[in-house]
Design a protein. Structure first.
Length: 116
């Protein structure tokens, strides 16, 4: 099996940095960060670990910005979600799990058009 490399989008990296900055004083943010780290390791072991999303549910912003054709969802602690897509690296023989977003439940519902 090909090795798996996990890469964060600028949006996911910003969310990760914010959580990291708050984690020292907040049990919730610390829990979400630990959850992200565990899920990244699981994705490295099995790139299809997350729940696959139907192609018709892929937000247009992701399709336009990143040209993705697949999307996986991973549930994190605190009702947060991590969204990623699988691609090939053009220079290496690896699978790239490209983390598009790390978002809370409210933002997830908005992005996918769910009503509260």
């Amino acid at each position: 099996m090909k090795p798996v490399k996990v890469v964060l989008s600028p949006e996911a990296e910003e969310a990760y940095k914010q959580l990291n900055g708050l984690a020292a004083n907040s049990k919730l943010e610390r829990s979400i960060l630990n959850s992200i780290k565990k899920k990244v390791e699981l994705i490295k072991m099995n790139p299809h670990y997350g729940n696959p999303m139907a192609k018709k549910l892929i937000p247009k912003e992701y399709a336009l910005r990143y040209g993705i054709t697949n999307l996986f969802r991973v549930e994190l602690s605190g009702f947060w979600r991590m969204l990623y897509t699988l691609t090939n690296d053009e220079t290496e023989v690896v699978i790239v799990a490209f983390v598009l977003d790390i978002i809370d439940h409210k933002e997830y519902d908005r992005k996918f058009g769910y009503k509260s």
